[in-house]
Design a binder for this molecule. Sequence first.
Ligand code: B12
Ligand code: SF4
Ligand code: SF4
Length: 248
Amino acid sequence: MSSLADKISIIINRELNKEQNINQYRKPLVGFASAHDPLFAKMKELIGPHILHPTELLPQAKTVVAFFLPYSKYIVQANRNSTGVAKEWAKAYVKTNKLIETICLELTEELRQQHVIATFQKATHNFNKQDLTAPWSHRSAAYVAGLGTFGLNRMLITPSVCAGRFGSIIISAEIEPTPPPKEEYCLYFKSRKCRFCINNCPVGALTENSLDKQKCYVHLLATAKKFPKLGFCDVCGKCTVGPCALMG
Ligand code: B12
Ligand code: SF4
Ligand code: SF4
């Protein structure tokens, strides 16, 4: 790993450790992609023309840094065992969105001191409420940065878990890309042996071939109303607490 890659990982770990007072996270994962990886251009075909290329956000872009903050066993089990969405899961969502922003702001500032320019997009709530798409996809960026494989639940599953949240930041310095994973992490795609996510969706939004995004979103908004004191927490995640939630 180059020294800049090390520095980035140290900052992410440092900021996460400041928040570790309630045992909320496991070890973060960090991956690097070339901003000129052909997959970024291909995303306009795969996802849609609204998806921005890294150079549309930062003309000098050389690297996309993606990171994953995996929830602890405690948070996953709370949401696995509760009838509705667990309060712990809702709290973790609000807190992690803020933490991702803090990490990106810290990275931007500390990289600036090394004459590296950086830019980033919020962890969420930057999407079009009608078609439920965002101009920048963190999980697609993380996929290109070698952090995981897509599961039947539509989540990006990393070597350790899929329960957690992604952030990404585009920078003007070059860092060697992370190689893609050598294996498939979703048990359905691996051996057809799991359908936990489909069976555990409370509103039947997930099938083998599709996700009814609007159905899911209506349910997330209903959950937000249940925890008015936590801040806006449009969450559920019942499809992300199966066997792929706690692998590492
Ligand atoms: C809009 C949005 C939603 C919408 C629509 C979801 C959807 N599947 O499209 C709604 C409100 C329904 C939603 C729900 C949830 N969301 Co949401 N959401 C987003 C948001 C803001 C934008 C996603 C987007 O633009 N979707 C449009 C689609 C077309 O693109 P995409 O989903 O990013 O990626 C797809 C493609 O990349 C494609 N793909 C397939 N093959 C390939 C191959 C290549 C080479 C590439 C590049 C891509 C690709 O598959 C991906 C999955 O369908 C992102 C944050 C962000 N800005 O990235 C979070 C995000 C995707 N959500 C997240 C989460 C956790 C959830 C929930 C679990 C809610 C919760 N927190 O409790 C549910 C899960 C629903 C589900 N099973 O997908 C996480 C995902 C974490 C992970 N492990 O992957 C994200 C990344 C937020 C974050 N910062 O971590 N979400
Ligand atoms: S719950 Fe099972 S089928 Fe669904 S994404 Fe995880 S491993 Fe794949
Ligand atoms: S987040 Fe909840 S409602 Fe949405 S697909 Fe997953 S389990 Fe279903």
